[in-house]
Ligand binder design. Structure first.
Ligand SMILES: NC(=O)c1ccc[n+]([C@@H]2O[C@H](COP(=O)([O-])OP(=O)(O)OC[C@H]3O[C@@H](n4cnc5c(N)ncnc54)[C@H](O)[C@@H]3O)[C@@H](O)[C@H]2O)c1
Length: 278
């Protein structure tokens, strides 16, 4: 597959869930490359403040990715702001409730699928037609290692991220030869509010800036999937080849139920309260 080059200097990039965490770090990284960046977030005030801190090559806007008309208004505002079509879309907004599957509420299950799956579908349905018409553009979906590797205490989150990995791979194939690429970035644990209060033990933790660098890199490489750190992607694939009985022993030694049992409830409550209010 070959894709027309996207010059980030002067390009228009839209990022969802960009008021904090990985989305904000990614906005900063694109601005550093000379791009104009629209930051959309449910927390409009925080998005506007974050954009103001990034300077005049950034703008903040209200966005609820679960509402297709809100998503359309965000993308329209971004295009009007720079008077040019979108070059890169980063579907980053996501929520991660944790806890035993049988203890989760229907409402939080629905929210997880609405934000993490339908949010991405809405964004792609809105942005891709213009990109295909122009024969040029790039979509990056921030999935997760949890889109390849089952984790106790994250079952519905797992389901949502497996969906994003499948959606990305299939649309990438469908768009082959249109000049438009779709890539997935698969972070391990990242030090943001979303994972706060969970002690994952041996699972490697990285910073939002590491994911931001990987997202920006995909504009150049157009790689189908980029795991961060890279070796966790290999581990997730290799785990599929290991007999279940052996894998269980390794998992147990690695405290694979951390998202249920190794949680600082006071710290975690702040994040869970935020998503429960959505
Ligand atoms: N932090 C991790 O350990 C980790 C690991 C793997 C993947 N990820 C993925 O990375 C992405 C970003 O996560 P983060 O760690 O930066 O989380 P975060 O909670 O720090 O930031 C997420 C942002 O998304 C926004 N958001 C939530 N719902 C929204 C909606 N409906 N519409 C618009 N914005 C919305 C929130 O307001 C928040 O500002 C998510 O998709 C997450 O699943 C995170």
């Amino acid at each position: 597959m070959s894709y027309p080059r996207i010059d980030l200097n002067g390009a228009l990039v839209a990022i969802t869930g960009a008021a904090r965490g990985i989305g904000l770090a990614t906005a900063r990284a694109f601005v550093a490359e000379g791009a104009h960046v629209a930051l959309g977030d449910l927390d409009e005030a925080l998005a506007v403040r974050a954009a103001a801190d990034l300077g005049d090559r950034a703008m903040g806007h209200a966005l609820d990715v679960t509402d297709k008309s809100s998503y359309a208004a965000f993308l329209d505002a971004a295009a009007r702001w720079r008077g040019r079509p979108l070059d890169v879309l980063v579907n980053n907004a996501g929520v991660m409730p944790n806890g035993a599957f049988l203890a989760q509420s229907d409402r939080i299950d629905q929210l997880t699928m609405d934000v993490n799956v339908y949010g991405v579908i809405h964004g792609m349905r809105l942005a891709l037609p213009g990109m295909v018409e122009r024969g040029r553009g790039h979509v990056v979906n921030v999935a997760s290692l949890a889109g390849k590797f089952p984790i106790k205490g994250l079952a519905v989150y797992n389901a949502s991220k497996y969906a994003v990995v499948g959606l990305t791979a299939a649309t990438r194939l469908e768009l082959d030869e249109t000049g438009v690429s779709v890539s997935a970035v698969l972070p391990s644990a990242v030090r943001t509010e979303l994972s706060s209060g969970i002690d994952y033990g041996i699972l490697p933790a990285v910073d939002p800036e590491d994911i931001a660098d990987a997202v920006v890199r995909t504009v150049k490489t157009r790689a189908a999937e980029t795991a961060v750190p890279g070796y966790v992607g290999l581990m997730a694939n290799a785990a599929g080849l290991v007999p279940e009985s052996l894998l269980k022993v390794v998992r147990k030694a690695a405290h694979d139920d951390a998202a249920i049992t190794r949680v600082d409830d006071t710290v975690r409550r702040v994040y869970l309260d935020r998503i429960e209010k959505q």
